[in-house]
Ligand binder design. Structure first.
Ligand code: ATP
Ligand code: ZN
Length: 285
């Protein structure tokens, strides 16, 4: 029987969340001292622990069948691999930044300027689209210090909170691309591996959809039920149960997290009380 080989980052920002996600899919793996690879004890997969930059290439070559990398790494690598699924963690962006005290007029600022980055492919594509001609310096780390040491006039780097930029006297001026962890896959998987990948994707979907939804319970007077139900889309329709107190009901429904915040005020105005919001571990549509 074949094993689906999954490449994940050995140690870095993606490692822990990648393993956690597979664990939430019910895949157990004993990765004690973080060896080079580990086979799951309850699902036919083998994890390969690699440097993130090498993962797209290994997946293209079939050393690994699928892999988890930042979208930025996937885009930069330009390998012939499939983008199988967005995983919703390690959200960040690739941005252009310049010294804080330099005036910025718009993206044409970069015409004729030099920019340091570890992402020359993504940056060049962006600059071409903006019709800007700049000189790109590829450096592999500590990009944020480049302007300070006179290597470049601007940088293009990963940003999440912006605190690294701030502490290096830089300001963010353009977003080049957004990024999150993604699953990439080899383009020539055989039937058995495709079947395993489908099983894995089914589980992943249940976990990821669950994370985006909440189970909501609330109490309401019976005469307000119709109005409140109209604010709760639910999977099919809400469950309505009578409370011990005459004339009151408990309503249970599933609601998308974003919709919840949009609707909570309206629900309260409509007479909802005692609202409970409970996380959903898995959800199968
Ligand atoms: P490796 O040693 O494996 O080459 P690395 O130093 O290149 O690791 P990390 O810093 O661990 O990579 O980042 C891995 C990925 O996490 C990045 O490619 C990016 O997609 C994402 N990432 C990086 N910085 C942040 C951040 N501040 N917030 C959220 N996600 C981030
Ligand atoms: Zn890396």
């Amino acid at each position: 029987m074949s094993l689906l080989k999954i490449a994940i980052q050995k140690s870095g920002r993606l490692s822990e969340d990648s393993l956690k996600l597979f664990k939430e899919c019910g895949i157990k793996v004993n990765n004690g001292a973080k060896k080079l690879k580990a086979v799951s004890s309850n699902f036919p997969v083998e994890f390969l622990y690699l440097r993130d930059d090498d993962i797209p290439g290994y997946v293209e070559d079939g050393i690994a069948d699928i892999g988890v990398v930042g979208e930025n790494v996937y885009l930069e690598a330009r390998k012939k691999v499939e983008l199988v699924k967005r995983l919703g963690f390690s959200k960040c962006r690739l941005s252009l930044a310049i010294p804080r005290d330099v005036d910025y007029s718009g993206v044409t600022f970069f015409d004729g300027k030099s920019i340091a980055t570890s992402y020359p492919v993504i940056l060049e594509k962006y600059l071409n689209k903006q019709n800007v001609k700049a000189e790109i310096h590829k450096i592999s780390g500590s990009v944020e210090i480049a302007p300070g040491i006179g290597l470049a006039e601007g940088i293009c780097d990963i940003v999440s909170s912006g605190s690294t930029l701030l502490s290096n006297g830089l300001k963010e001026v353009e977003t080049v691309t957004k990024s999150e962890a993604v699953m990439v896959g080899n383009r020539g998987l055989d039937e058995e591996k495709k079947r395993l990948l489908d099983q894995l994707l089914f589980r992943l979907d249940a976990v990821l959809v669950g994370k985006n939804n909440k189970y909501v319970l609330l109490n309401a007077p019976n005469e307000k039920l119709d109005e409140i139900i109209s604010l709760l889309p639910g999977m099919r329709s809400p469950t309505v149960l009578p409370l011990a107190t005459e004339g009151w009901s408990s309503i249970h429904s599933v609601i998308n997290e974003d919709e919840f915040w949009e609707n909570i005020q309206k629900l309260r105005e409509a007479g909802a009380e005692g609202v409970l919001v409970v996380p959903i571990e898995k959800m199968i549509r």
